[in-house]
Design a protein around this ligand. Structure first.
Ligand SMILES: [Cu+2]
Length: 153
């Protein structure tokens, strides 16, 4: 869809737009109203995401708004099962460096690390039908079942 592609291109430009416009155009301030669907997800200390599964359309750009409702740090890492396993290994290798250690650039666009009570946003486009996962890679969480499924139709 043309609309989807336009929105995807607009995301990196948002900071520039905000800097340049300074809020003169109040009627169109909203990336939130520009057709990007928002999916709210809550991370819980029971090592679960609520909801545990979501469905998106192929080519659709969605904004995940993730709230950590727990008392401990949780991650929201989006990737295939393979990427989840790889990320899990990386996190284990980093050991005590812990949550500040997401070294690779890829993780920066696919992952949030949320303190207790914190809410973060991740805007992504899923191009191909299939199954993608969102997992928490704090120690023991992914193994404990803290993973959800994104079905791309
Ligand atoms: Cu977690």
């Amino acid at each position: 869809m043309m609309k989807t592609m336009r929105m995807f291109a607009a995301v990196p430009a948002l900071v520039l737009l905000l800097a340049a416009c300074g809020g003169g155009d109040g009627s169109s301030n909203g990336s939130a109203t520009d057709g990007i669907r928002t999916i709210e997800i809550t991370a819980l200390d029971t090592l679960r995401f609520e909801p545990a599964s979501v469905t998106v359309q192929a080519g659709e750009t969605v904004r995940f708004v993730v709230t950590n409702a727990g008392q401990t740090v949780h991650d929201f890492f989006v990737g295939t099962e393979e990427e989840q396993m790889e990320h899990e290994r990386e996190m284990q290798d980093m050991g005590d460096m812990g949550d500040m250690g997401h070294g690779d650039a890829q993780a920066d666009t696919q992952a949030l690390t949320l303190d207790p009570g914190e809410t973060g946003e991740l805007t992504m486009t899923f191009e191909e039908p299939g199954e993608v996962l969102y997992g928490c890679h704090q120690p023991g969480h992914y193994a404990g079942g803290m993973v959800g499924t994104i079905t791309v139709e």
